[in-house]
Write a protein that binds this ligand. Structure first.
Ligand code: SF4
Ligand code: SF4
Length: 417
């Protein structure tokens, strides 16, 4: 590997946020250490946010900090070596889920995830990103290119799911419209669990909606590969424009919400032509407006809620799921800490996709397991597919004996028709 190329790629990602966080802002006070679920679960000082960031900082300082340029031995600045670069793959893609809990617990607002994100982008540009994320990103692009060939089979599958919606509502007129002009464009994920419950809810309130031909997941974001992430996002924006919708509604998915809600306006030079909301916000409106009639006795078990980092801490969607759950279940119990201080599930940032690192993410999930156990809840709900997969594995691994589900599924259970 040509180290000069690696440094150039890293430099391309040396933004204002990375720069301020990478040079002199960190006072090494240690406040962030306990904030990180990976440090808490492993007890390894190398897993603390400050230690993870420092490994990159000393390389960035060598080039961007005046004292480090002249007297690197004073500041601990180092040139990038091939060995260090190889070790960065685990550092960036495994040892940090970009959850930002360290940021909100840092008195200096040091953006460790921005530093780690710059490393992710650098490694991806050098062909050193995790292969599975690469394949998933490419397959999203391929899906757009092959959409005409795939559409028939897709509509057939949706027809099967439509029958489930009709059965649940006892209404043969219930529909899952796809690719039709409507007020709302709903963008699901690939599983039926992200299609059927929202379809039941939209039909129950008589919404003007249509479903996207594409899924909301954007694995290029995890790779730090912005050109590819933009390309994947553009499929949905073009579709929304073509169908002349007023609003894009994103499935229960943290990173997909982040992409469409605040990354896309940055990438495409300004506000989008349509509103972007999470399905949680839409359901919350239906409940508050009395458009959904819910019977909480249909969810009698104690339920807790895991705030996905992208929706909660980063997106501020904190009260919506709680209002909805209080209306849909008998016994809602918050875990501690919660809302913007909630711990990451341990599988964020694309980690759940990588089978090789499953043991690591299960170890990192111990903090979440303890949080769930302490509530005494027998149902753990969340609003993100990454979290759903990780918490399902965590519940199994730590023998919590709880069911794991989504908010929209609990709403569907409680729906009175
Ligand atoms: S809390 Fe902030 S300033 Fe303190 S060690 Fe962590 S990153 Fe540095
Ligand atoms: S972003 Fe999350 S996982 Fe990464 S260092 Fe900070 S607290 Fe740990």
């Amino acid at each position: 590997m040509n180290m000069q190329t690696a440094i150039q790629e890293l430099d391309k990602r040396y933004s204002r946020l990375v720069g301020t966080s990478a040079t002199n802002l960190c006072t090494h006070c240690g406040w962030c250490i306990e904030a990180c679920h990976i440090y808490q679960a492993t007890g390894d000082p190398e897993m603390s946010p400050v230690a993870k960031a420092e490994r990159v900082r000393r390389v960035l300082r060598r080039k961007h900090d005046w004292t480090s340029k002249v007297f690197p031995f004073w500041t601990g600045a180092k040139d990038l070596t091939e060995q260090e670069l190889n070790e960065w793959e685990e550092l960036a893609f495994r040892n940090c889920t970009l959850c930002e809990r360290c940021v909100v617990n840092c008195p200096m607002c040091v953006e460790t995830p921005q530093i780690i994100g710059a490393v992710r982008g650098t490694l991806t540009a050098l062909g050193k990103g995790p292969e599975i994320l690469d394949q998933l990103a490419d397959s999203a692009i391929w899906r757009e290119e092959a959409v005409d060939e795939l559409k028939g089979a897709f509509l057939e599958q949706i027809g099967e799911l439509e029958k489930q919606v009709q059965d649940r509502l006892g209404n043969p007129q219930a529909r899952i419209p796809v690719d039709q002009p409507a007020d709302k464009l709903y963008v699901p994920l690939s599983g039926a669990h992200t299609i059927v419950p929202p379809a039941v809810i939209f039909n129950a309130v008589g919404e003007s909606w249509t479903m996207s031909l594409f899924e909301a997941a954007n694995n290029a974001l995890f790779l730090g590969d912005i050109p590819r992430a933009k390309r994947i996002t553009q499929r949905i924006l073009k579709e929304a424009e073509r169908l002349n919708v007023k609003e894009i509604v994103v499935a229960e998915c943290g990173h997909a919400y982040a992409v469409l809600r605040w990354e896309a306006p940055k990438w495409f030079g300004g506000p989008l032509k349509f509103k972007v909301r999470s399905i949680l916000e839409v359901i919350d409106d239906y409940v508050r407006d009395g458009r959904l009639k819910l019977d909480p006795t249909r969810n009698p078990e104690p339920v807790t809620y895991h705030d996905p980092c992208n929706l909660g801490r980063k997106g501020g969607i904190l009260e919506e799921p709680r209002r909805v759950l209080r209306a849909a279940v008998m016994d809602f119990r918050d875990m501690t800490p919660n809302r913007w201080e909630n711990y990451c599930c341990g599988g964020g940032g694309g980690l759940v996709a990588n089978e090789d690192w499953k043991d690591f993410r299960l170890t990192a999930g111990k903090v979440k397991a303890d949080q769930i156990r302490q509530t005494g809840a027998t149902v753990a709900a969340t609003s993100c597919d990454n979290c759903l997969i990780q918490i399902t594995d965590v519940v199994d691994h730590y023998k919590l004996g709880a069911k794991v589900t989504t908010v929209s599924q609990l709403v569907t259970n409680a729906l009175v028709t």
